[in-house]
Design a protein around this ligand. Structure first.
Ligand code: TSJ
Length: 642
């Protein structure tokens, strides 16, 4: 309590100090309430809580470079070149403003008098929560020509704010080490997770330079630098990489009305699905909302109007919203000073005024584009017409066979080996790659509550086809049938036969690939399964280390190192698993299926969305991005055959 001796006359400070401790103690007692989970997801959330503050500084126009670095020991460092956090002494507490930012719960925007604070995660809890959940945290501020630092441990200041140098620039640096007492599952960051979101933030905030570095291994430092002057235009380009575009140009617009910024980019490709990603204040609004509605409204309205005025449609022809979205890749991003998030997962924008604003800003831009590019306009509308005809033909075919959906009354020769339990809350279904692994899983499982569905070979790439076509694929059909919920409009989560659907593939590039394919399928056609937390990925071990009768499994290179280090006298016989097929039934049970030992990673919508994007890149014609992905995911790359 050295701090207090330094302020013997600050009675009010004592009182507020106690309140502060109570607040942050609460964060440590119930961390889940503030960061969702204390698993890997919550751990990564800490980074975004800090980065959000720097993004705010950039959006306010005071910073243009943010650097994130993972240091040895999984310490995170975030640096920006903004104004530097305020250091002046607060008149009530007699403490520096920056200290309150780190020790008072929800102090977030308190010192921010600009009304244009737009960033902030779904939990939006800020720096004090990160501080409370960090073994230690250190803030450094360059401001007023000086350098200031203050240190904390588990939310409590361990030093005063100290002036310790001169500086010729301004900015803020926060370094922290997540507390292993809180994050008991893992304190190891996944570079790919951080990199993908950093890249996305760069797309969403044009002109902002974001750097991500992994210097945990001094012999292999990885660094990515992102800065997109084209913003969302470059995001669409990135998403359409490797696909055949229908029109050369990317349609782009930006505008601001009533303090709400709108930015939209889109392009059509030759595929059938539509990809609309919408964002509010850099947060992916998976459930859509008023911005997405406004966009869809204007898209249909403008294309219809243009088709009418230019007499492109025949008498009995009509196009719907769905038709004009076939093959569409679009990003809709708004920045709103007071967003209202609604919906089951709080990812639906509710502000009603946004619909009209987006519709107006985008409508004007699209009208102008169509007018100036008549050739492209015709191509786009004809694509919509094609979709309309296909839709009508499909409906007629369905009516002719009088079946509601391809799933009705159809008994497949499914490969499902079901479990005995009929209680979905207890039942699990393993989707297993390959017949041989499927065989081991069948004999190794606990048949009371574990069902096995082996998949043969490659799963159909659902991004390339319409739903009807996906449903003619046997692997996909047997998966949907086994799950029991139906699909599309008939989807009913209460009919799910298992509350855990576990993807189990080899720990190599092909396995990763099949896993991504399956995630893409669930993301596109049964997102509710992901939303409800029913989808999991099983992590099989990478190594088996044996010494006499001693048998240990390692799920990562780090774990293998630990096994070797903690038993230095033993010469292990180490086997690297190339696939699930190399394990016999009892090994598979022990390592990957037994609830007491296995590692399951629950899939979240954001992960599935990234998988959906990554997928295109891996499948595309271009070799470079694929090579790069494999290099960055080197842990899978040891047994590559590319
Ligand atoms: F809060 C935090 F610790 F998470 C954090 C904040 C972490 C990092 C890496 C950066 C920041 C941050 C805060 N960067 N820039 C700012 N800016 C301010 O806090 C600031 C500075 C000056 C003024 C002013 O009115 O003079 C106002 C603000 C909000």
């Amino acid at each position: 309590m050295e701090d207090e001796k330094l302020n013997p006359d600050a009675k009010e400070y004592d009182a507020s100090h106690i309140k502060v401790l109570k607040g942050l103690e609460g964060v440590r007692v119930r961390p889940g309430m503030y960061i969702g989970t204390t698993g890997a997801r919550g751990l990564h959330h800490l980074v975004w809580e800090i980065v959000d503050n720097s993004i705010d500084e950039a959006l306010a126009g005071y910073a243009n470079h943010i650097e994130v670095e993972i240091l040895p020991g999984d310490i995170i460092s975030v640096t920006d070149n903004g104004r530097g956090m305020p250091v002046d002494i607060h008149p009530d507490t007699k403490r520096p403003a920056v200290e309150a930012i780190f020790t008072v719960l929800h102090a977030g925007g308190k010192f921010d008098n600009s009304s244009y604070k737009v960033s902030g995660g779904l939990h939006g809890v800020g720096a004090s929560v990160v501080n409370a959940l960090s073994e230690w945290l250190e803030v450094t501020i360059h401001r007023n020509g000086k350098i200031y630092t203050e240190k904390f441990s588990r939310g409590i200041a361990t030093t005063d704010l100290i002036e310790n140098g001169v500086s010729d620039h301004t900015g803020s640096i926060v370094k922290f080490k997540a507390d292993p007492e809180i994050f008991t599952e893992t304190t190891v960051y996944d570079y790919e997770t951080l990199r993908a979101r950093i890249q996305q933030l760069a797309f969403l905030n044009k002109g902002l330079k974001l750097t991500i570095t992994d210097s945990r291994d001094p012999l292999n430092i990885i660094k990515n630098i992102y800065c997109y002057e084209g913003g969302l235009k470059e995001y669409v380009q990135f998403l359409n990489e490797g696909k055949k575009a229908v029109t050369q140009n990317i349609i782009y617009c930006e505008g601001e009305k009533q303090n709400i910024q709108v930015e939209i980019a889109l392009q059509y490709n030759e595929e059938f699905n539509s990809t609309i990603y919408s964002f509010t204040n850099n947060i992916h609004t998976h459930e859509g909302g008023s911005h997405e509605d406004g966009f869809k409204m204007a898209l249909l309205r403008c294309l219809k109007k243009y088709a009418d005025e230019n007499k492109i449609l025949k008498k009995d022809e009509e196009i719907t919203g769905e038709d004009v979205r076939e093959g569409l890749v679009a990003i809709v991003s708004v920045k709103h000073p007071d967003p209202q998030f609604e919906g089951q997962t709080k990812t639906k924008l509710g502000n009603t005024e946004v619909r009209g604003i987006v519709s107006q800003v985008f409508g004007e831009a699209l009208d102008r584009y169509l007018l100036e590019n008549p050739k492209e306009a015709k191509i786009i509308i004809e694509k919509g017409l094609l979709a309309s005809r296909a839709r009508i033909a499909a409906r007629k075919a369905r009516e002719a066979t009088r079946r509601k959906s391809p799933l009705d009354g159809l008994m497949l020769n499914s490969k499902l080996t079901d479990c005995r339990s009929k209680d979905p809350t207890l039942s699990e279904m393993y989707i297993v790659e390959g017949d041989s692994a499927g065989g081991s899983a069948k004999s190794g499982r606990d048949s009371e509550y574990q069902a096995i569905l082996p998949l043969r070979g490659k799963v159909l790439n659902v991004q390339k086809v319409r739903l009807e076509r996906a449903l003619s694929n046997n692997e996909i059909l047997s998966m949907i049938q086994a799950i029991g919920t139906g699909i599309g409009e008939e989807f009913d989560i209460t009919k799910a036969r298992y509350h855990k659907i576990i993807i189990m593939t080899d720990a190599d590039v092909d396995g990763e690939h099949i896993c991504i394919l399956l995630l893409t399928f669930f993301y596109r056609f049964m997102p509710q399964l992901i939303e409800n937390g029913y989808i999991y990925v099983a992590k099989p071990p990478l190594y088996r280390a044996q010494y006499g009768k001693m048998l240990k499994y390692a799920y990562s290179d780090e774990e293998l190192e630990i096994i070797k280090r903690t038993n230095p006298d033993k010469k292990f016989d180490i086997q690297r698993y190339k696939g699930l097929g190399e394990m016999d039934a009892s090994q598979l049970w022990e390592t990957t299926m037994d609830p007491a030992n296995r590692t399951l990673v629950q899939v979240h919508l954001e992960d599935a969305m990234i998988a959906d994007q990554t997928f295109e890149m891996l499948m595309g014609e271009e070799v470079e991005p694929r090579k790069k992905f494999i290099q960055e995911n080197a842990h899978y790359a040891n047994n590559l055959d590319i």
